[in-house]
Design a protein around this ligand. Structure first.
Ligand SMILES: [Zn+2]
Ligand SMILES: [Zn+2]
Length: 172
């Protein structure tokens, strides 16, 4: 079964109605996206949460607390881990190119949230995650995933008698 991801264009919001509203006007909405592609390098199992857009003097202020279902890698064993990542957004989309803002809305009144969301989500994927609290990680000797397989690399090491024997053999 293949998953069909929503295209990043779902994050292009026409805010013309809000731009023509008086400063102070705000609109609340909710993101509720199942499998969605935010960018070529960011796909999510879901993105949901409340979102507020407010008309300010400089443009549109976006405030949101979103939950992003993303896939990360366990830092011990490198297995894929499903992570619910909280994405906090508070960003001005300026209508005036002169305003020192990272994001702008141009004459077409389209506010593209994808680049902003991509940046926030990528920042969250830097967090180190474990697949489980007691993840055994990879064997430093042979590289197998010790959660799924067992190897004998450790036994050689731990057995003190073997160690002693090895030392004895080397000494000769
Ligand atoms: Zn792990
Ligand atoms: Zn091993």
């Amino acid at each position: 079964m293949t998953t069909h991801y929503l295209h990043p264009r779902v994050f292009k919001i026409n805010v013309g109605f809000l731009l023509s509203a008086p400063v102070g006007t705000s609109q609340d909405s909710t993101f509720e996206f199942p499998d969605v592609r935010v960018a070529d390098d960011v796909t999510l199992h879901y993105l949901r949460g409340p979102l507020r857009m407010s008309r300010t003097k400089e443009g549109i202020l976006v405030q949101a607390t979103l939950h992003a279902g993303l896939e990360n890698e366990c830092y011990r064993c490198l297995d894929a881990v499903a992570v619910d990542s909280v994405v906090l957004v508070e960003e001005l989309f300026a209508t005036n190119g002169d305003v020192d803002a990272e994001f702008h809305i141009f004459d077409d009144a389209i506010m593209d949230m994808a680049p902003l969301l991509r940046a926030e989500i990528l920042m969250n994927t830097d967090e180190r995650v474990l697949c489980r609290e007691d993840c055994k990680g990879l064997c430093p000797e042979c590289g197998i995933n010790r959660n799924h397989q067992t190897c004998t690399c450790d036994e050689d090491k731990i057995d003190p008698r073997l160690e002693a024997l090895k030392r004895l053999l080397k000494a000769e």
